[in-house]
Design a protein around this ligand. Structure first.
Ligand SMILES: Nc1ncnc2c1ncn2[C@@H]1O[C@H](COP(=O)(O)OP(=O)(O)OP(=O)(O)O)[C@@H](O)[C@H]1O
Ligand SMILES: [Mg+2]
Length: 225
């Protein structure tokens, strides 16, 4: 599903954000990436989304290599990813439903499926009643859930969520993690960055990637059996 081999990422200003990472993520795996601010979590997700390219090493996502210049391949990979960006990237002036629908308009859904998927996704995140609200009228936590609905409406093979619980209260954060992790049962791999390590303390059958200053250590937690 995901194969990262010997990957370093250096930004044009010289910052070495990722240092010789090796990481394999299988189908249906639920992975949390944790670590201090600036440790490289978003950089790693961007690499997996094909928004950055490795300076060294190789990255394969959904069986396809992420290579600079091969936009056709990357476009195909992106179609199968449900991204949740740290800065949300909602479109102002549009309501919640329109935002979710815009997120899936270039996929191979019919107009009817697009609307159905979007309505169901909004209901899943508890925002069915806000479908027609302009996104700028939503609270931050609600906006965050619209961004998550937009990702899951795509019916993705891989969910990449950057701090999806960042500004949510405890109950909403748990709810969002439950929704995202429920995709694991559908053989979707789910990768979530989070500072909220207390929320995953008791979770089983997960992988935790601890990041520190661009270096990772991987902890596999079984199902306890
Ligand atoms: N486009 C960029 N150009 C140069 N440096 C960058 C760029 N993006 C990130 N960095 C640097 O790379 C390092 C890792 O940043 P990154 O955003 O991946 O951290 P993070 O773990 O996601 O942090 P946070 O928890 O605050 O979101 C930081 O030192 C950051 O300043
Ligand atoms: Mg980040």
């Amino acid at each position: 599903m995901i194969e990262v081999k010997g990957v370093s990422l250096r930004y044009p200003d010289g910052t070495l954000a990722l240092k010789e990472l090796d990481l394999t993520i299988k189908e249906g795996e639920l992975v949390y990436i944790t670590g201090p601010s600036g440790s490289g979590k978003t950089s790693l997700l961007k690499l997996l989304m094909g928004m950055e390219y490795p300076t060294l090493g190789s990255v394969k996502v959904l069986g396809q290599p992420i290579v600079n210049g091969e936009f056709g391949g990357i476009r195909n990979i992106r179609k199968r990813i449900g991204p949740v960006f740290q800065e949300l990237k909602l479109v102002p002036g549009r309501n919640a439903l329109e935002n979710v629908m815009m997120g899936i308009r270039f996929l191979d859904f019919s107009r009817r499926e697009m609307k159905e998927n979007s309505v169901v996704a909004l209901e899943k995140v508890g925002l069915g009643h806000k479908a027609l609200s302009p996104v700028e009228n939503l609270s931050w936590g609600e906006a965050q859930r619209v961004a998550i609905a937009r990702a899951i409406a795509r019916k993705p093979g891989l969910i990449l969520a950057d701090e999806p619980t960042g500004n949510l209260d405890h109950d909403n954060a748990v709810n969002i993690l439950n929704i995202l992790s429920s995709f694991q049962q559908q053989n979707t791999s789910v990768v979530i960055t989070t500072h909220a390590t207390h929320l995953i303390e008791n979770q089983r059958n997960i992988t935790i990637v601890h990041m520190n200053n661009g270096v990772i250590s991987v902890e596999k937690r079984g199902d306890g059996n």
